[in-house]
Design a binder for this molecule. Structure first.
Ligand SMILES: Cc1cc2nc3c(=O)[nH]c(=O)nc-3n(C[C@H](O)[C@H](O)[C@H](O)COP(=O)(O)O)c2cc1C
Length: 136
């Protein structure tokens, strides 16, 4: 069994769209997540981050605790954490969805809605819409 954890937080980066800070986060994720066999996706929308982390339970929890202490975001809110059999992002150490193609309606989504939204974005978008870090 794996753990899939989803949280939301408020961005504290000044100009995150296309900024090198966002890329720094993804570079850390690429390096560390690959070493820990963790996968997932990070969605940046308006001033919110939404992140899904999946992998071995202790590793996911440990990384979440570290991420939650990161000064680049605040108001961390755990949306969902559950045991699952399969990964939804098996090919991404951390896929960054920087400018979603469709707006997210934050008042009316469940954890599963969010997951499906992220998967759809990755399936449909191309080129500059996403920066994604594939697992190799
Ligand atoms: C929104 C957000 C998402 C992050 N996601 C990850 C992640 O998936 N993996 C990771 O290792 N670090 C992530 N980080 C960065 C960690 O908080 C931390 O800075 C990093 O793991 C430190 O490792 P390093 O010294 O190797 O860069 C994230 C930070 C933020 C603000």
């Amino acid at each position: 069994m794996l753990l899939r954890l989803t949280y939301q937080s408020r961005n504290l980066l000044k100009r995150p769209n296309g900024s090198s800070e966002l890329l720094n986060i993804v570079r850390s994720a690429e390096r560390n997540n690959l070493a820990l066999a963790l996968t997932g996706a990070l969605l940046f929308d308006k001033d919110q981050f939404f992140q899904v982390l999946e992998g071995e339970a202790n590793r996911v929890t440990g990384l979440f605790v570290r991420i939650a202490q990161d000064a680049r975001h605040t108001d961390i809110c755990l949306i969902d954490a559950k045991s699952v059999f399969d990964r939804r992002f098996p090919n991404w150490s951390m896929a960054l969805i920087e400018r979603p193609l469709a707006p997210l309606a934050p008042d009316s989504f469940s954890a599963d809605d969010l997951l499906n939204f992220m998967c759809d974005q990755l399936a449909e978008s191309s080129g500059p819409i996403k920066v994604a870090v594939p697992v190799w």
